[in-house]
Ligand binder design. Structure first.
Ligand code: ATP
Ligand code: MG
Length: 629
């Protein structure tokens, strides 16, 4: 790369954002160039590439036909059904047009919302791309959600059409989708008039005449369809995506078109080091932001091959990611710490069985990467592990060690330094003043956020301003609601969420720091720490611990040993008042710990919005564990 140093590149991005982003926007095809790079007239709103006309699908698909029509664009690997299928860019172009024509035939046009409630099958990607091709706004709802969560999102997004499937499959077990969708449509105040069902032949489904269409029929009818891209304003919304709901009611993040395309295109080169023609394997789900950005848009905008994986990390065995990586010569792999912690419970020899010579790095994001897990992955695979920190709201990393530059080394425990355009500043919780290097503060960003970040909350500008931009009055500052610390060289360390801080007898402790200490204990596989009301101390820390296999017999000894370990590392003040053993921890569907629900149960309160809870049984263990002496 010709760029001089990352420090200079970054400085340019924040000192002259208009010039910087205008240069970066050359990587994207515009039907009409923008008149203004950034409209600064209405903070905290920011409009990028105003007046420009473009199309995400054109940039992700059509644009590559000249150079790479026969190159693989999408590789579908399902360890659930045993199917593996490769779509070239020409194939993808054809399939997306068929899906677009199908949507059009049901009345979908520019600005309409289309809700996509689907398992990890190619048709889900076709549907996303078909929407943006038409200027329609997709809202992908994670396929694991049940009726109530789905109905809430239908009522918020008000789709004209829903695209779904007969069923998904998880761990070899068929999970029917259509009955859940039917229930959600009954619960919804604003159900759409039309539903498209992709029939995978996994589960029988009841067709409601006049409403439900089989995609097989539509596909046959539109097999030769030619549907041109609809050129839209750069600021036209491309999609709505709901946050994970870890801290409360999910927020409908609204993304633009041009800014997102430019930012993602930059991110693949600068942050991930991905090049056209290479292969990217992101193990996330299209229902999450990581899946939107790094299964679908960034690899395709770059002209790479992307892998769509339907399956779990441990089936048929815990080497499946590496088998896929070998078979498809994967260059870059993106997963989550939670998946790596699952693999860590298995034989490390499984990580060495396959030829990973094409693989350059493993990227992990979504929640804190504890050092033992990061080290385990790096050592077992002999590849660098790159932590990256971001949010649904931002759409692409805020912090990372940029792989497109050779001059930024990673530091253990840190997701890295600020990515281009992000003016990250750690601020004092009370008055918003910047904190000194080494001190703890709220991770905040000065306005404007770079392209690609949320435009607003769907249908609720006031909530956007109130939620993200009002923590410090009279300052145009976006709060991430995460704690951090920054060292003198600009590396940030994430210390947990701002609502995860507890006050024990006047000492403010981050539950994350206690978790970090406990997870370093050799017997521990996973841990969650919450603050529980305590008459004497204000709050007390309670730890819920999953032991590694083979450690269960010596449970009582392990509890004492964990307590002694925290004493030694952090001091007796941080020692949890209770250490409860469980076999699973309650997490969101995206693998994040639902501490607020654990805390509520510990305090005998209602656990609140549980629509994003993964495994209800894990939550049920909490009262049982507390009840045990
Ligand atoms: P909600 O905002 O609805 O409560 P959520 O914050 O879990 O849900 P996401 O946008 O999926 O929804 O998650 C972003 C959050 O995940 C970040 O604010 C941070 O707390 C955490 N996170 C993501 N990546 C990392 C990382 N690399 N290290 C530490 N924390 C991370
Ligand atoms: Mg959040």
């Amino acid at each position: 790369m010709s760029d001089p140093s990352y420090a200079a590149f970054y400085r340019h991005s924040v000192e002259s954002p208009e010039a910087f982003w205008a240069e970066q926007a050359q990587g994207i095809a515009w039907q009409r160039p923008w008149g203004q790079v950034l409209d600064r007239s209405n903070p905290p709103f920011a409009a990028w590439f105003v007046g420009g006309l473009t199309n995400l699908c054109h940039n992700a698909v059509d644009r590559h036909l000249a150079d790479r029509a026969e190159q693989a664009a999408l590789v579908y690997v399902s360890t659930e059904t045993g199917q593996e299928r490769t779509y070239s860019y020409a194939d993808l172009h054809r399939e997306v047009q068929i899906m677009a024509a199908s949507l059009q035939s049901l009345g979908v046009s520019q600005g309409d919302r289309v809700l996509i409630y689907m398992p990890m099958i190619p048709e889900a990607v076709f549907a996303m791309l078909a929407c943006v091709r038409l200027g329609a706004v997709h809202s992908v709802v994670f396929g694991g959600f049940a009726s109530v969560s789905l109905a809430a999102r239908i009522d918020d997004a008000r789709p004209k059409v829903i695209v779904s499937a007969d069923a998904g499959s998880r761990g070899g077990k068929v999970m029917p989708y259509k009955p859940l969708l039917d229930d959600a449509l009954r619960l919804s105040q604003h159900p759409p008039a039309q539903v498209i069902v992709v029939d995978r032949g996994l589960a029988d489904w009841a067709r409601q005449p006049g409403r439900d269409e089989s995609y097989g029929d539509l596909r046959a009818r539109h097999a030769l369809a030619k549907v041109p891209c609809v050129w839209v304003e750069s600021t036209h919304p491309s999609y709505i995506l709901y946050t994970s709901g870890t801290t409360g009611k999910p927020k409908g993040v609204q993304r633009d078109t041009g800014g997102y395309a430019v930012a993602l295109h930059l991110s693949m080169r600068v942050i991930y080091g991905g090049k056209p023609g290479e292969t990217f394997f992101c193990t996330s789900d299209i229902g999450w932001v990581v899946g939107h950005s790094y299964i679908v848009y960034a690899p395709l905008l770059t002209g790479m091959t992307t892998i769509l994986f339907e399956g779990t990390p441990v089936r048929p065995d815990a080497a499946v990611f590496w088998r896929v990586a070998q078979q498809y010569r994967v260059n870059l792999l993106f997963s989550a710490p939670t998946a790596m912690r699952v693999l860590r419970r298995h034989d490390p020899a499984l990580l060495q069985r396959h030829d990973l010579s094409a693989l350059r790095a493993i990227f992990l994001a979504g929640e804190p990467l504890d050092e033992p897990t990061g080290r385990w992955v790096a050592e077992s695979l002999g590849k660098p592990v790159v932590d990256n920190y971001w949010q649904t709201e931002t759409g692409w990393p805020i912090l990372a060690t940029p792989q497109g530059f050779a001059d930024v080394a990673s530091r253990p425990g840190s997701p890295g330094v600020s990515m281009p355009g992000y003016k990250v500043c750690l601020r004092n919780e009370t008055d918003g003043a910047p904190v000194a290097a080494g001190e703890k503060g709220v991770v905040a960003m000065d306005w404007p956020l770079p392209p690609g970040c949320l435009q607003t909350i769907w249908g609720d500008d006031a909530r956007f301003v109130q939620t993200y931009w009002s923590t410090y009055p009279n300052r145009q500052v976006y709060s991430t609601f995460d704690w951090g610390r920054q060292d003198a060289d600009g590396y940030l360390y994430i210390l947990g969420r701002t609502d995860d801080v507890i006050n024990v007898a006047g000492h403010r402790l981050g539950t994350r720091e206690i978790e970090e200490s406990i997870s370093a204990h050799p017997a521990v596989a996973e841990v969650a720490v919450v603050g529980v009301q305590d008459a004497l101390k204000g709050q007390a820390a309670w730890a819920f611990v999953v032991l590694r296999p083979g450690q269960i017999d010596a449970a009582a000894a392990q509890q004492a040993s964990i307590a002694a370990h925290v004493d030694a590392q952090l001091g007796a003040v941080a020692r949890p008042q209770r250490i409860c053993l469980v076999t699973a921890l309650p997490k969101t569907r995206s693998g994040k710990m639902l501490r607020r629900a654990i805390q509520a149960i510990c305090e005998g309160r209602d656990p609140g919005d549980l629509t994003t809870l993964e495994d209800p049984l894990a939550l049920q263990q909490i009262p049982d564990a507390i009840a045990r002496p």
